[in-house]
Design a protein around this ligand. Structure first.
Ligand code: AHG
Ligand code: MN
Ligand code: MN
Length: 323
């Protein structure tokens, strides 16, 4: 049995980064225990507030955000944090080397129906001496990430993470309160016939995306020559996890519902960390036109169109966009 800290040490992760990741996990374990208690812990339901994204905050969005924020800004190695649920980035320790961005609770529309949700995090290095409450210090592309991961709160709580040396699965052992290694060197199958997209937005998509999905639906008789299956959990963490386990393609493309937004998902909390994990597992991740990790962020809450998963299927979607 290998604990998370042993695996990190084995991968040559320095003590400072390890302590940052460890603190993220302290918060995630707390979230996992609260989720397991559900209604008993009084954590279900919505608040009366909206976040900066214009979305109603669930109670657990706020609780999870506070757990992560409080522990991380007290960590001596954390310069600052950026969160989906915070209007601005928050300063940590001026001498800290690391910046952490996170989606404290992903798929939060699933909480009240007792389905899978997750936490997504990304770690960057601060490149200069600016304070963590200045968002400029965070505006680095996804290639600069030094660690990325998510915790999937499902029937068991699973940590999936990478520090640039492949992807590992860790399962939370509630008896000892630790994440232990349960699968290593995850590889996403290169081909798939399973897609995940919110079909109800079809009429708002660009013609390239419409065409690809039409061709998937045409099955064996269509130009793609195979019969596709579809899944939609409405929780990116669960969707990406399924893809890591059995392959697939996940898309949240640009749509014209709100033309001012590049997509629904957020680059710094969802797009970049998931892209690092997927690429580290041999998959691919694109906006449909360029690799997500090559997108240069202009603001901490930037949105991005997302197409990720099995390498050869992502390449097909990219080919539709370059026709
Ligand atoms: P969040 O709960 O952090 O706002 O993210 C939800 C995201 C993502 O997890 C999921 O894939 C997608 O939004 C679901 O969108 P629909 O509501 O369109 O199904
Ligand atoms: Mn999310
Ligand atoms: Mn969220």
């Amino acid at each position: 049995m290998k604990r998370l800290d042993q695996v990190l040490a084995n991968d040559g992760v320095g003590a400072e980064l390890e302590l940052v990741i460890k603190d993220v996990m302290v918060a995630c374990k707390d979230i996992a225990y609260k989720l397991a208690q559900g209604e008993l812990a009084g954590i279900l339901g919505a608040t009366e507030d909206e976040n900066v994204q214009g979305e109603t905050q669930k109670k657990l969005d706020v609780i999870s955000n506070d757990l992560l924020k409080d522990i991380l800004i007290a960590n001596p190695y954390v310069r600052g944090i950026g969160s989906e649920e915070e209007d601005y980035t928050v300063a940590g320790n001026a001498g800290g080397k690391y910046l952490v961005t996170f989606d404290p609770l992903d798929g939060s529309s699933n909480i009240d129906v007792n389905l899978s949700v997750g936490t997504i995090f990304s770690v960057l290095e601060a490149q200069d001496d600016q304070s963590g409450d200045n968002q400029e210090v965070f505006l680095q592309n996804g290639r600069k990430q030094v660690a990325a991961g998510y915790v999937l709160y499902g029937p068991s709580a699973l940590l999936v993470m990478t520090t640039g040396n492949g992807v590992n699965f860790f399962t939370l052992d509630r008896n000892i309160g630790e994440f232990v290694l349960t699968k290593s060197n995850i590889q996403i199958p290169e081909d798939t016939a399973e897609f995940a997209i919110n079909m109800s937005n079809q009429r708002f998509w660009e013609p390239e995306m419409k065409q690809y999905i039409d061709d998937c639906l045409a099955g064996e008789e269509g130009p793609l020559g195979k019969r596709y299956n579809m899944r939609w959990v409405a929780s990116m963490v669960a969707e990406v996890h399924r893809i890591l386990v059995r392959g697939g393609i996940f898309m949240y493309p640009y749509d014209s519902r709100d033309p001012s937004k590049a997509g629904k998902l957020r680059l710094m909390y969802e797009g970049n960390p998931m892209s690092m994990i997927v690429e580290q597992a041999g998959g691919a991740s694109s906006t449909g036109r360029i690799d997500i990790m090559d997108v240069e962020p202009k603001g901490i809450h930037d949105r991005v169109p997302v197409v990720l998963g099995s390498k050869n299927e992502v390449a097909k979607v990219v080919a539709y966009h370059s026709k």
